[in-house]
Design a protein around this ligand. Structure first.
Ligand code: AMP
Ligand code: GLY
Length: 423
């Protein structure tokens, strides 16, 4: 079968790497892809949100299965676009329809879903500019820190955690009255602060059955010790050592099952990945967020730990046959360390030649922001490469990644030297 992956990051390279190993694959296309995916299939330079161009590509290359990497095309309704088009409606799309993608695209939708299905999460209230005063009053009833969340997608920047009441009120006003995050913050969810350690869990579901993927923990801040600005993710490890069997069982019973069953009860079709952002408060799991896609850089450790044929699972999800499948993992741990451009997550330069990739041994290099210029691999984004390794535990895996990183260089390369520091 011919398969198309939409996206261009490390997540999509990891998916391409795994799908390329499947006997079920005929030809692989990635749009727009990066220099890494170019080695595994055919990159086509179109954007995933340009649905008409995606259609042309799918018809031209007789694509039978489309895996949607990022959330943006899902929230904008790419799956619905396929279902509503007579030429595309039989193409399997892995990624939920627009309505269900609100689990990620609207914090309020996600909170209402969790409350409806008794899924543990932080207490909350939501506000618009019409009840800003009530928002101020609600903040006064809470203890600091105050958690303010823009309802819509805000490129990972829409969550503010503030210690000072006045600052929280000012920010609430900025978000609601002055559209700090554009229309994404025309509604704001204010929620109870949860104190604990986070992890990410993933399932692939066809809306009825699901398979659990390995869990992972990512490191979002730019600076060591989890300090500084938020990024897309600076590294990840899988499995998460503190998530023992008892805790994972709680997540399954209290979060994962009720979520998939909740989708069914609400008559919400869902074919794709669900990403559960979980925080462990005491010994109990609470949901911080849902995403309607795989994580990045979590994919760069989760997918390499899947032993089963990933494409076979995707096909089964597309055909609503996941109940016939099981999933196997490799026993080793995996880690990924992200190499980023100097300046990221603020402004940074592109087009820097990357040296030493051919010297890497015993790690997998997943490309994120890379491209080809004059037959050289050059940087093309903030997050540039994920260096993934296996080990008997995450420390062994990290040692390998850091050894290989010493062989790689580009101007102003930056990375965190403390991935896994808190485990
Ligand atoms: P979100 O986009 O909802 O995942 O939030 C981004 C980050 O903010 C999360 O990964 C957490 O680190 C933090 N966060 C979100 N909600 C809460 C909360 N209720 N309590 C504590 N931290 C939170
Ligand atoms: N690493 C977090 C995310 O993909 O949203």
């Amino acid at each position: 079968m011919n398969v198309l992956i939409l996206g261009s990051g490390g997540r999509e390279h990891a998916m391409a790497w795994k799908i390329a190993q499947s006997d079920l694959l005929t030809q692989l296309f990635i749009a727009p892809g990066n220099e890494g995916t170019d080695q595994l299939g055919v990159n086509i330079k179109i954007q995933p949100t340009d649905f008409e161009s995606v259609k042309e590509l799918v018809l031209d290359h007789e694509i039978e299965l489309v895996v949607v990497g990022p959330e943006d095309p899902l929230v904008k309704g790419i799956h619905d676009f396929f279902l509503n088009d007579s030429e595309l409606k039989n193409v399997a799309v892995i990624g939920p329809q627009k309505y269900a993608a609100q689990l990620e695209g609207s914090k309020e939708f996600a909170k209402e879903f969790m409350v409806r299905h008794t899924i543990p999460t932080a207490a909350y209230k939501s506000f618009t500019k019409n009840n800003l005063e009530e928002g101020f009053q609600f903040l006064q009833t809470l203890n600091p820190p105050y958690v303010l969340k823009a309802d819509g997608l805000a490129q990972g920047k829409g969550v503010l955690i503030l210690n000072d009441l006045q600052e929280a009120k000012d920010e609430l006003k900025e978000m609601l009255a002055n559209e700090k995050f554009g229309t994404a913050s025309s509604k704001v969810v204010i929620e109870e602060f949860l104190d604990g350690i986070e992890l990410s869990c993933f399932v692939l579901t066809d809306g009825k059955s699901y398979v659990n993927f390995p869990n992972a923990k990512d490191y979002k801040r730019i600076g060591e010790g989890d300090k500084g600005l938020n990024t897309g993710g600076m590294g990840a490890v899988s499995p998460v050592p503190f998530a023992d069997e008892v805790f994972m069982d709680k997540i399954e019973k209290q979060v994962i099952k009720p979520t998939v069953e909740g989708l069914q009860k609400d008559n919400i079709p869902y074919k794709g990945f669900i990403f559960f952002g979980i925080i462990k408060v005491g010994d109990e799991p609470k949901v911080i967020e849902y995403n309607c896609r795989m994580g990045d850089p979590e994919s760069e450790v989760v997918i390499p730990r899947i032993k089963s044929d990933f494409l076979e699972l995707l096909i089964a999800a597309g055909e609503s046959e996941l109940h016939t499948k099981t999933i196997e993992f490799v026993p080793e741990s995996a880690c990924a360390v992200m190499l980023v451009s100097g300046g990221y997550p603020e402004s940074y330069e592109k087009g820097k030649v990357i040296y030493g990739l051919d010297k890497v041994e015993g790690s997998i290099v997943f490309h994120a922001g890379t491209t080809n210029k004059n037959n050289e691999v050059v940087t093309n984004g903030g997050r540039v490469l994920a260096i993934t390794s296996y080990g008997t535990d995450f420390k062994q895996a990290l040692k390998k990644s850091y050894q290989n990183i010493e062989k790689i260089s580009f101007e102003k390369m930056n990375f965190r030297k403390d991935i896994g520091f808190d485990l």
